[in-house]
Design a protein around this ligand. Structure first.
Ligand SMILES: [Zn+2]
Length: 130
């Protein structure tokens, strides 16, 4: 599958594809935010890339496999005001471990199907679906 198509299907425009692997029956996709600079929201000077953290999210299943999206999320340090700026991961609501696309699919499916079925279909726990 072409990498740019995979990123578009996961709503990851603006990210670079790192790699994809099937690990223990789960499809893992690594994507990274390559930006080197961002505008500091506090003082509007340029903030330089400081380091990178990995965010792990569950995405919609692909070909029957649980899909795990691993996004390399940069942090930026402003040299003017010393603010540490963490890049948003646009494919999720902040603090959630599911992608927006999976969360939407779960909400839609749970309107019509039993929770147990939706959980099994999406490779999620019963508690995550409810
Ligand atoms: Zn600043």
């Amino acid at each position: 599958m072409p990498e740019d198509l995979l990123l578009r299907m996961m709503d990851l425009q603006g990210y670079s594809f790192e790699r994809g692997e099937l690990l223990n029956g789960e499809f893992h996709v690594w994507a990274r935010d390559d930006r080197r600079w961002v505008d500091c929201p506090r003082c509007h000077q340029l903030a330089r890339r400081h380091d990178v953290r990995e965010v792990t999210l569950t995405e919609r299943p692909a070909l029957g496999h649980k899909t795990v999206l691993r996004v390399w999320r940069p942090r930026f340090r402003c040299s003017a005001c010393h603010a540490l700026i963490t890049a948003e991961v646009g494919v999720r609501e902040e603090g959630f471990r599911l992608t927006r696309l999976l969360a939407g699919a779960v909400i839609e499916a749970a309107r019509e199907a039993p929770v147990k079925f939706v959980a099994a279909l999406c490779h999620l726990s019963w508690n995550t679906v409810t």
